[in-house]
Design a protein around this ligand. Structure first.
Ligand code: GLN
Length: 594
């Protein structure tokens, strides 16, 4: 049987062939190119940053790119994971709760992604088992190879087909040698064979240790890591070496020798100041040219100079490099010891800072330590405050004390999701005189449940994937600060992830006491944005949405921009430049899966 015969019988579940590899209708093997990014030695190498930066460079050459992350864990999605263990839960417009790397991809490529850009072992296995129950494999024993692996290949090919991407960037979670991602490696090994020569490129990310006692880089762990990958039948085309310092010529030679990868394809990808510099580093080292040559993409690359579309991006990267005076934003939270838990907030603050010519310094404030008595001292020197999203009761009274302080002391404030709910509780207690006002998430027996469970959540028992999730339109109240910030549109689309809301029964009372609800859900009485007027406070805004998720380098979120601008005024700084063409978190209209 030739390879074409094999592919012709693909998807045939009869006993006659072992070659079960389901293809979506209309898929043509070899049309789409695939770049597989794999980790060796250890996790946390920044595979997502590498992969998205390389995709960004190819996108700038006029190629259509689509990223996808394959996670090894059995959870159906990231929604039930503790951010402290796994970084923030990122939410896509279609409601997918996924890994924080998807945030890196969206920001780097300025694209809105979908469920097709992410999958987990849990999803892959569920799909196979659903098919088994339907009888799709009748007569066969269902096996890791070919059925589960077939499902992985199907997922990648469906993404390629729906996006019409020239290049699909596949990031495999975990490290070569992990039990849980071994079948992904087998799937992509098979895929490279099926797609044909020169259609797939394997990139191994590795790490060069440099023990301070030795004072030099050692390549042994990297050699062993790559060897482990080769034991899975995958020969990398490229090695990207992560290291603290530039990787020495000698070490690159050693790696080339031991792995059989040509020296010119062993690149140093050492630490740099900002993730936004990585694409320049890749271009400077010629990684993009090597990949295009390996994948025969040169004829698809646009010949003209990188194009006006990328001008805004280049300006952004240039401005990140420029030193600027700093402004301090306090972020009160529960997971403040692990920055990954608040990755998108950090990014959104940086986007706004860069646009306004300021370096935003973040002061992490553990809300469990805050009280009315300690808050003034703790917030000394802070020019603005964010209370981010959160769940449960820990640290809540500290957050309320914090919001009271910033409201009374006229310190700029932005509340995100829980941060809106906390602001409502604080206002109800200290302005409306409802001393024991609370959220029913915190106190079921409160006499004034100013925050209560969403009507759609009554009767929901499963915790996974059951919140109010994803992109929703917010009807903007004209004449408000919220409206002005976004350029006076009728609606603004932001992303949500919550179970509780402002209790509609208290809205009128709070409005009479001066709180302005400037954004609501178009058809239901869900309050989405609140504010105090400019006469009452220099900047006091909160949203039920996660505005941080849709902030992009070239289109910072307007509420973050407003906060940083107000904080700069509070700190007595000069605002260098007002940003041009800010869009409320909407990506470039590129098709990236449906
Ligand atoms: N715990 C709150 C709710 O479920 C807020 C959620 C959040 O901040 N993401 O509504």
């Amino acid at each position: 049987m030739t390879k074409n015969d094999l592919l012709a019988s693909a998807g045939d579940s009869s006993d006659d062939t072992e070659f079960y590899t389901p293809m979506p209708d209309g898929y043509r093997p070899g049309r789409t190119r695939y770049v597989f990014v794999l980790g060796t030695v250890m996790s946390g190498l920044g595979k997502g940053i590498f992969s998205s930066s390389l995709a960004r460079v190819l996108q700038a050459k006029g190629l259509a790119v689509a990223p996808v992350k394959l996670e090894g864990y059995l959870n159906r999605d990231s929604g039930t994971l503790n951010p402290y263990r796994h970084g923030e839960v990122f939410v896509l417009d279609d409601g997918t709760e996924c890994d924080m790397d998807l945030g890196t991809y969206e920001r780097m490529l300025d694209q809105d992604l979908t469920h097709r850009n992410f999958t987990t072992s849990g999803q892959i296995l569920s799909r196979v088992l659903e098919k088994e129950r339907r009888g799709d494999f009748l007569g066969r024993d269902v096996q890791m190879i070919p059925h589960v692996i077939g499902e992985v290949k199907l997922h990648l090919r469906e993404l390629a087909l729906t996006t019409r991407a020239d290049v699909v960037f596949v990031e495999i979670g975990g490290t070569a040698g992990d039990v849980e991602n071994a079948y992904y490696l087998e799937a992509i090994r098979q895929m490279a064979f099926e797609e044909g020569d020169g259609k797939c490129c394997f990139v191994a990310l590795t790490y060069l240790v440099a023990p301070p006692t030795l004072g030099e880089q050692k390549s042994k762990p990297a050699q062993l890591g790559i060897k482990r990958l080769m034991e899975s039948g995958i020969m990398p085309h490229l090695i990207a070496c992560r290291a603290q310092q530039p990787v020495t010529h000698k070490v690159r030679e050693k790696l080339a020798l031991y792995s059989g990868v040509p020296f010119e394809r062993v690149f140093s990808m050492h630490d740099c100041e900002s993730v936004y510099f990585v694409s320049d580093m890749l271009r400077g080292a010629g990684v993009d040219q090597v990949v295009c040559a390996l994948l025969g993409l040169d004829d698809r690359v646009e010949r003209f100079d990188r194009g006006a579309k990328h001008h805004a991006w280049d300006t952004y990267v240039r401005r990140v490099r420029q030193a600027s005076p700093s402004v301090t934003i306090g972020v009160t939270g529960k997971y403040t010891s692990l920055r990954d838990s608040y990755a998108s907030i950090i990014q959104a603050l940086e986007h706004s800072g860069v646009h306004l010519g300021a370096k935003v310094k973040i002061e992490w404030i553990d809300s469990s330590d805050l009280t009315d008595d300690t808050v003034a001292e703790r917030l000394e020197g802070v020019d603005g405050v964010i209370v981010p999203g959160g769940f449960g009761t820990r640290g809540v009274e500290g957050k309320i004390a914090c919001v009271r302080h910033v409201r009374e002391q006229h310190i700029p404030y932005l509340g995100l999701c829980y941060g809106l709910q906390i602001a409502v509780i604080e206002y109800a207690r200290h302005v409306c005189g409802l001393d024991r006002a609370n959220s029913t998430e915190i106190d079921q027996a409160t006499p004034d449940p100013v925050i209560d469970v969403l009507p759609s959540q009554h009767g929901v028992t499963d915790l996974g994937g059951s919140m109010r999730l994803g992109g929703n339109d917010i009807a903007v109240h004209p004449g408000t600060i919220f409206s002005r910030l976004y350029g006076e549109p009728e609606t603004v689309r932001l992303r949500f992830r919550h179970r509780y809301e402002v209790n509609p029964a208290y809205v009128e009372r709070m409005e009479q006491a001066g709180l302005i609800f400037s954004g609501r859900a178009p058809d239901t009485p869900i309050m989405q944005v609140l504010e105090l007027s400019a006469e009452q406070h220099p900047y006091f805004l909160a949203t039920q949405a996660h505005a941080e998720l849709t902030s992009r380098p070239t289109a910072p979120d307007a509420m973050f921009l407003g906060l940083v601008r107000a904080a700069m005024i509070h700190a007595g700084r000069t605002i260098v430049d007002e940003p041009q063409g800010v869009r409320p978190g909407q990506g470039e209209p590129q098709n990236c899966g449906s």
